[in-house]
Structure formats: structure tokens, C-alpha cells
Design a binder for this molecule. Sequence first.
Ligand SMILES: O=c1ccn([C@@H]2O[C@H](COP(=O)(O)OP(=O)(O)O[C@H]3O[C@H](CO)[C@@H](O)[C@H](O)[C@H]3O)[C@@H](O)[C@H]2O)c(=O)[nH]1
Ligand SMILES: O=C(O)[C@H](O)COP(=O)(O)O
Length: 332
Amino acid sequence: MWHSHSTVSPVVEAWTTYRTGNAGQWTPRDLLAAKGTTKVSVVIPARDEQATIGAIVATIRRDLVEQVPLVDEILVVDSRSTDATAAVARRAGARVVSQDRMTSGLPRMEGKGDALWAGLAASSGDVVAFVDGDLHEFSSHFVTGLLGPLLTDPGVEFVKGFYHRPLNGPVSVETDGGGRVTELCARPLLNLFFPELSGFVQPLAGEYAGRRSTLERIPFVSGYGVEIGMLIDLVDLVGLDALAQVDLGERKHRHQGTEALGRMSAQIMTTAWSRMHRRGLATEALPPSSLLTQFRRGGQDALPNLDRQIAVTDIVVTERPPLASLDLSVAA
Ligand SMILES: O=c1ccn([C@@H]2O[C@H](COP(=O)(O)OP(=O)(O)O[C@H]3O[C@H](CO)[C@@H](O)[C@H](O)[C@H]3O)[C@@H](O)[C@H]2O)c(=O)[nH]1
Ligand SMILES: O=C(O)[C@H](O)COP(=O)(O)O
């Protein structure tokens, strides 16, 4: 049964009213006028995104660099791609940096969070917007929406996107079926243990923007824990009032399979646990196990009594330290 919105805490209700915007509020020209000397970077992490990265970069370049010079830098972080992502992105007009090149000399870390950290280090904007590289039907209002509150309100440090999320199956589309990890894992976790963040419509959205001065003060969790870790670390660092969210309409992306989403969920839970521990909500001294056992139907290695093969993944979550605490000139 749905309860009325009056059961939401008054703080969250007030924040949701006061700090929620809509991308339609700002045109590129409005933001150009508001930006003054602020330098803006767009950073796109990409692993094997040759099918989508070109259109995303080209759209930002056409609308927000050539037509209206709002964005000063488009940076694609090549996250160990084995396809033509880097070449396609470069051809579309992005500067491309390699995650591994940016972090050489530092301990090797995995996944998206490490790519974002490398992208923040490699970019130079005072305001940095992050956009996923697997979006279909991308439109530049994704970027202007994220930049709006940052360029027009000095009290805002970070903006998270939200949207409707269809689940595009092979034969049908479930209108609001997307965001499975969000609904089954991240949202319950946040509501139970970090309720001040329950007003975020899409806490795992890969589209968000922040001021460099703030982003450089938080650690970046490796892999897919990066978004939930960032949200919790930001609310602890700058408070809820400095965080905002913006409606970006609808978002379509490449869906991962259920098994991969299970591994994503495990990383998100481990990250949430580390923040619960920091807040004294989890008193156990030992961190959770990092091994995830999953079962795969059939296959050559199927165990006869299971008719499934066992797949064990180490979902270990590590962290890059706040950039402000590090002299990166050694690694660059
Ligand atoms: O090792 C990696 C894995 C992914 N990516 C890129 O990160 C973006 C998002 O990754 P994706 O695998 O498409 O994630 P989703 O399944 O869409 O997961 C959702 O939930 C994740 C957990 O919060 C977020 O990181 C994502 O941004 C969000 O879209 C894409 O551009 C990827 O190419 C990397 O750069 N390196
Ligand atoms: O953000 C999420 O919850 C995961 O990326 C899964 O999204 P999907 O269900 O739309 O594939």
C-alpha cells in the first residue's frame, strides 16, 4: 500500500521541494550568460561504448561548444576498452585520456569509479559534469540541466540528474521498469540507513555535476560503488542543502544482465556498509566478505548435483583518496 507523502520526513520533503529543478529551466544561452569566467568540463567514462559514445560527444560539441560556447572541455576516459571507443570519441571531438595512463604508478583499481577519479584528475573545469557513455537518444539538455543550479546558485555544490527509466526488453518496453539495482538495492539501503538522502529520485544516476573544489575533497570508490559512496560522502561533507537534483526527462541506456547487476549490488552494499561503519551504524570490526557466489545454468563445468556452474567473483571495493590530498604530478 502506498502511504501519503506526509510520512516523508519534513527535512526531506522541504529539500525535495526547494532543491529540485527541471532541465527546461535553463537554455544554453542563459547559462552562458551566468557562467562568467567559470570553466566547465564534461567527463564521460567509457568502457567499450563505441556504439554510443560518438553521438554523445558530437551532440555536446555541436550544441554546447560550437553553437553556444558553454562547455570548455569534453573529456572521455577510456576505461580499458577493447573496442574502438577511444578512436570514435576522438573523431567526434573529445579529448581522450586513458584511465590506466592517468593512474600509472598508483595501485591498480577497477571499474567506473576509478575512471571517474582519473577523469576528474585529467580535467580542468571549475565545474565538472559527468555523463555515462552508454546513453541512447542523448540530448544536450542532460548537460545544461546538470549545470543549471551550479551556474546560477552559489549555494549548490552538487547536482544529481533524475529521469524516467524504461526497461527495453527484446520484445517489449516496460515503461518504468528500469533502474532495477536502484529499486531493489540502493533505494532500500538509503531509506533504511541514510534517510536524509531518500528524496533523491535516482541516487545511482550516472549523470551529475559538481564544483571541483568539492569533488576533490571526497574519495572515489572503485567500480559501481562510486555513486552511492559519493552521495553519502557529499551529504556528510557539505550537507543536504548544498545538494540538488534536476529532472532530465527520460533516459535510455544499455541494460546489463541480472547476474552483472547482482555484482553491482554487492559493490553498492559493501560501499554502504563502509559508510555505515564510519557513522557508527555498523559496529562489526570486520568488513563484509568480498566474495559473491552466483550460479549459472548448465555449461561444461556444471556440477552434476546442481546442474549449474558456480561463479565466484571478488567484488572487492577499494578507494582513491580525495584528489586534494594527493600530489598527482607524479602520476600524470
Ligand atoms: O569499468 C567500467 C565500467 C563502466 N564504465 C562506464 O560507466 C558508465 C556506466 O556504466 P554501466 O555499466 O553502463 O552502468 P549501469 O548498468 O548503467 O549502472 C548504473 O548504476 C551504476 C551504479 O551506481 C552507475 O555507476 C551507472 O552510472 C548507472 O547508470 C558507462 O559509460 C560505462 O562505459 C567504465 O568507464 N568503466
Ligand atoms: O541504475 C540501476 O539501477 C542499474 O543500472 C540497472 O538499471 P536498468 O534496470 O535500467 O538496467
